[in-house]
Design a protein around this ligand. Structure first.
Ligand SMILES: Cc1cn([C@@H]2O[C@H](COP(=O)(O)OP(=O)(O)OP(=O)(O)O)[C@@H](O)[C@H]2O)c(=O)[nH]c1=O
Length: 632
């Protein structure tokens, strides 16, 4: 596969994405790139009128974002990243540059401008190779941009406001997200779709191919541009390819001043540079002196072979709360961490180094410190802490998966082997042990909090005045719904043991109407009245008989026109993707993962029609269906 050699060049490098955009992170993660995320602090305030063309503005902003991060990391950690990637997406219409709306009125202004017209989306990208000479940061900058044309249908006022109230426009250039609800506004797209979403992946890979596989000069044939058929793939990375017409590049060593800004703006060359097409083969050995055969290693298989070691290193560092100590007291030397945690110095040092290798920590002469991602996701009080789920994975899933071979041989859950007790007995622990209960709740809360926004905005739910989240646990999704739909009344219905323990998980600032918590058993008790019921991560856990009881009850209380929102990972029709869901099945619970058509069929059986899917590609997908009107 030709992609591997291109991205494989980055495997051994410390790559940093200087962007807070979750879309960019996802696009790059999806192709297997390993990187750290360090959002840029560069304020997008360059004077637009000083740029001859909008793409120059996007490129310059992308570059300043990346340079700011490169400089900050260099100064702060005395450990310089190898490659920093920055990007900036803008929308242009009627010679105006639109960035992210500042408020709903601004979003309205932007979207009404785009209504019924074609506009351009430009993403400027900067790839900065960094090195440290003495104490100075040296950079080599490659930048380019991509343009995609998008046409919107005529948007009615009502549609426009409905869309704005969905909350989707606010963090997106031009006030829309083509990958989600905003896709409904679009009549056509000419060009790279991912460029609109925030990152021109195809052009990026071509650029890497150019950088890492430059054609040897003696084999390059210079051919006049208009005689070359356009090359749309980077299949043969050894091919020097035609420059795309919108490529501008500025390469050269730049020294940064203390503000992290480049002393002078580059000269942009907007003309097509000479295009080359060659027939040479990949030379052995490259600039880094690494043999080309390394690129041919089955890196995916090697990663899988080592995957369990990486998981366990993460689990143990989390269990020992190393990320918490480092957040509060870092940078710390291994000996200090060992003293804090009560572990051996040599073992601690090895674990900390492993975490650095995995990109979870940073190591400088002052000691170890958390990456930004570790602060957000791995500390127990991080904004989107996954600590609870990691501990659950270590304490509960790991022992189960250790017995996978027996599970496959016997086709059954392995609780007796893993924990010395049957699943039913373990479930009883849940009622009796405060620790087990809280660990499980923390795990559920981690995932619910992380996915809440995507779920709450997967569909426009503003038509529903009252919502009941069945098995909604700590109320993480409920709180997000109230934020996005301030007029919605939200009730969480869960077992009394759960409701008794929710206080720890409530947000500190309650700026909107409170969520109502009602205790009960959704298999036995009456369900609260609502226009919208939610079942998030419930159905995959239960056997068909239990699902029958639950869906029959929901169907009975749902009035025609009311709806049910199911949040699960939806399998493809072959039931082999996404891997996360397929792997989850291996824990052999009595429930199962389902494909889209299986969910549709199941829901129809209980009177729910008009089923709509939102495949988010993230942790949870959303399925919305409506209770059928009674026949006249
Ligand atoms: C048109 C469009 C844009 N976006 C998002 O708009 C943000 C642009 O803003 P930015 O300033 O380039 O990036 P940012 O989000 O502020 O992040 P950062 O790189 O840290 O400045 C990026 O998120 C993009 O995905 C979508 O998700 N979908 C779309 O259809």
């Amino acid at each position: 596969m030709a992609l591997n050699p291109v991205l494989g060049k980055l495997v051994s490098k410390r790559v940093v994405l200087a962007s807070a955009s979750p879309r960019r992170q996802e696009i790059l993660t999806n192709v297997g790139l390993r990187f750290e995320v360090v959002p840029s602090w560069f304020k997008e305030t360059l004077e637009k009128s000083s740029f001859a063309a909008p793409y120059e503005y996007a490129i310059e902003t992308a570059k300043q974002k990346a340079l700011e991060v490169a400089n900050r990391m260099h100064v702060k950690h005395l450990r310089t990243p190898d490659v920093v990637i920055g990007a900036d997406t803008i929308v242009t219409v009627d010679e105006q540059i639109l960035e992210k709306p500042v408020d709903k009125q601004d979003a309205y202004r932007m979207l009404s401008r785009l209504s019924g017209k074609e506009h351009s989306v430009f993403t400027g990208v900067a790839i900065i190779h960094c090195s440290s000479k003495g104490n100075q940061l040296e950079t080599e900058i490659t930048d380019f941009y991509e343009e995609t044309k998008v046409k919107f249908s005529d948007l009615s006022e009502e549609l426009l406001w409905e869309y704005i109230h969905s909350g989707e426009p606010m963090d997106k250039a031009g006030g829309y997200g083509i990958q989600a609800l905003g896709g409904m506004l679009v009549e056509y797209v000419h060009g790279d779709f991912l460029n609109v979403v925030g990152f021109p992946l195809n052009h990026f890979c071509k650029k890497l191919a150019e950088l890492y596989y430059p054609p040897p000069k003696h084999t390059v044939q210079h051919i006049k541009h208009d005689s070359i058929p356009s090359v749309d793939t980077f299949e043969n990375v050894s091919d020097g390819e035609s420059e795309s017409s919108n490529f501008t590049e500025h390469k050269g060593a730049n020294k940064l001043d203390s503000s992290g800004m480049c002393p002078s703006r580059p000269v942009y060359n907007c003309e097509n540079t000479s295009s080359v097409r060659t027939g040479f083969t990949v030379p052995l050995g490259n600039q880094n002196g690494v043999s080309e055969s390394a690129a041919k290693l089955p890196s995916k298989i090697l990663d899988l072979m080592d995957g369990f070691k990486a998981s366990k290193a993460l689990f143990v560092a989390s269990k020992l709360k190393m990320f918490d100590y480092l957040k509060n007291k870092g940078p710390l030397k291994a000996v200090d961490v060992a003293n804090e945690v009560g572990t051996s110095v040599c073992g601690t040092e090895r674990l900390l180094d492993a975490c650095v290798a995995l990109g979870l920590l940073e190591k400088t002469s002052q000691g170890y410190s958390n990456t930004d991602s570790a602060n957000i996701y791995l500390t127990s009080d991080g904004e989107y802490s996954l600590h609870g789920y990691i501990i659950h994975s270590n304490d509960h899933l790991w022992p189960l998966f250790t017995n996978l071979e027996s599970a496959v041989r016997e086709g059954s859950r392995q609780n007796h082997r893993a924990f010395g007790r049957k699943a039913e007995d373990l479930f009883k622990d849940y009622y009796h042990s405060q620790e087990v209960k809280q660990r499980f709740m923390a795990a559920m809360h981690s995932i619910a909090h992380l996915t809440a926004r995507d779920l709450a905005t997967a569909f426009d739910l503003s038509q529903f005045k009252s919502t009941c989240d069945l098995g909604g646990c700590t109320g993480a999704l409920a709180h997000e719904l109230i934020q996005i739909y301030p007029n919605m009344k939200v009730t969480v219905f869960d077992l009394p043991e759960v409701i008794a323990n929710i206080s720890y998980f409530q947000p500190s600032e309650q700026c909107t109407a409170p969520v109502t918590f009602v205790s009960g058993d959704f298999f036995k008790d009456n369900l609260p009245e609502a226009d919208l019921y939610i079942l998030s991560r419930v159905l995959h856990d239960w056997p068909d008989e239990k699902i029958h009881i639950l869906l029959s009850k929901i169907s009975a209380v749902c009035k025609p026109g009311s709806a049910l929102l199911v949040a699960e990972i939806v399998l493809d029709e072959q039931k082999t993707h996404p891997p996360r869901a397929v792997l989850q099945s291996l824990s052999m619970t009595e429930g199962k993962q389902r494909s889209g058509s299986e969910y549709k069929q199941l829901l129809e059986k209980y009177g729910f029609t008009n089923t709509q899917f939102k495949i988010t590609g993230t942790l949870l997908d959303a399925v919305l269906c409506f209770k059928k009107n009674l026949s006249p």
